[in-house]
Design a protein around this ligand. Structure first.
Ligand SMILES: Cc1ncc(COP(=O)(O)O)c(C=O)c1O
Length: 430
């Protein structure tokens, strides 16, 4: 790969995905490296949301639940996402947030485990997860352990040790496929195989995978998964999340009314019968809870369509090129400036983000943002230096943007331009 700006421009000229950038309303002069936190705005979204508001809601009023297909919106968006994650369209529904969906699937997985005949004498009561997981995953697991009255407990270990800790005490393996802090990717197939061998079920958090790289839940034999709509799926701030449950488990829980414990009327077999007794819907619909957010689902569908239009394999191949280019350029142009690569060098073990540790990561990121290079900052683990996080959304990122970002980073580090009070002050969202 050529390490000049002209070389980057040549890569852009030959990029088969280049025209997809025009599907986004990006401000001029910005290099947006934060699509792993909040995806960019698709140009179709504003018109579609306006249509939902003015026509479907404004004119159609309540009739739009039937006439505009609102009642199917959660499943419609879910079936589009299913195509990106190797699932069938009756295994995915969009609803709530990732955190809420984690609660549902973790509780469902534990309940399925408890209903299985024990294989050994050993008590199977552990939710096994990674110490550095995104906090919400750990908070939800802690809450479930607490309210279980001692029937399960959360055990967290380092990423490298996960495989060794899966044993006949493990009830559920709860992992984020691509780590939010380092971009490190777990081998979903191998860890799922190990979990199943030990008699455990798996819950995968796909927040940093869905829409960024091909995921094949069916091939991996995954049991449950959740993920965000607002990152690589471009669904907008607070977009509805998704939840996947393998069909075999949906069948297995058919006779268990509260297998999914957040029993709400949108998970009921027939919400409009208004029956006082909860009877869950068949299949994935029981993972719905309350009234879905129709405007947000319309925006989410526009975002997912941008990913489907490009094709996930093409996106992954460009993502690998972009992240590799970034690493190569930082190696070459930012040597001895205090950056430590915090992501795997090997592309196959990396999601679509590259992170660097730096002693002054937070003000460095603020200085970068001041120059129009937008990434984000995350605190390091256990007293380690903070992390500069750069996400690469191949739908709208150009190779020349990567060059420009690295040049800005080099200059800010070399001149200590980050060392200003306005960059040192911490804002509410980093
Ligand atoms: C890995 C991971 N899981 C879960 C979440 C939170 O999802 P939500 O805000 O939809 O609950 C995030 C948010 O960044 C995340 O990175």
């Amino acid at each position: 790969m050529s390490l000049t700006r002209a070389g980057c421009l040549a890569l852009d000229a030959n990029d088969p995905l280049a025209q997809h950038r025009s599907a986004f309303a990006l401000p001029d002069g910005i290099v947006y490296l934060d699509g792993n936190s909040l995806g960019a705005l698709p140009v179709t979204t504003a018109a579609r949301v306006r249509e939902v508001i003015e026509d479907e809601w404004g004119r159609g009023l309540i009739g739009s639940w039937n006439d505009a297909g609102w009642i199917d919106a959660s499943r419609r968006a879910g079936s589009k996402i299913a195509r990106l994650i190797g699932a069938a369209d009756d295994e995915v529904i969009c609803a709530d947030s990732t955190s809420v969906n984690l609660f549902k699937v973790l509780a469902a997985a534990l309940r399925l485990e408890q209903r299985r005949p024990p294989v050994t004498e050993h008590v199977r009561d552990v939710i096994l997860s990674e110490r550095g997981s995104f906090p919400t995953d750990l908070y939800v697991a802690q809450a479930i352990a607490e309210i279980s009255g001692g029937r399960c407990r959360l055990v967290t270990v380092s990423a490298d040790d996960i495989a060794y800790h899966i044993d006949d005490g493990t009830a559920v393996l709860l992992l984020t496929h691509v780590d939010y802090r380092s971009g490190r990717m777990h081998d979903m197939r191998e860890l799922t195989r190990r979990a199943h061998f030990a008699g455990a079920l798996t819950v995968w958090d796909l927040a940093h995978s869905a829409g960024a790289l091909p995921v094949d839940l069916a091939e991996a034999g995954a049991d449950f998964a959740v993920g965000c709509g607002y990152k690589y799926l471009n669904g907008g701030p607070g977009a509805p999340a998704f939840v996947f449950v393998a069909r075999r488990h949906l069948h297995a829980m058919a006779d268990d009314r509260f297998a999914q414990p957040l029993a709400g009327w949108f998970g009921h077999r027939a919400p409009f019968e208004f029956s006082p007794e909860y009877e869950p819907a068949a299949g994935i619909d029981r993972f719905g809870v309350g009234t879905p957010s129709i405007i947000a689902l319309a925006a989410l569908e526009c975002g997912v369509d941008t990913v489907l239009a490009a094709g996930i394999d093409a996106l992954r191949s460009k993502s690998v090129q972009l992240t590799q280019l970034f690493i190569d350029l930082v190696d070459n142009r930012c040597a001895n400036l205090g950056l430590g690569l915090a992501s795997p060098r090997e592309a196959a073990r990396r999601g679509s983000q590259v992170c660097y540790a730096h002693d002054h990561a937070s003000p460095v990121m603020q200085a970068l943002i001041g120059r129009g290079v937008v990434g984000d900052y995350r605190p390091g683990q256990a007293g380690e230096p903070g992390i500069l996080r750069f996400g690469f959304a191949p739908l709208y990122l150009r190779f020349a943007d990567v060059w420009d970002a690295v040049e800005a980073l080099r200059d800010i580090l070399a001149t200590r331009a980050w060392d200003r009070p306005k960059f040192i002050e911490r804002r509410a969202v980093t």
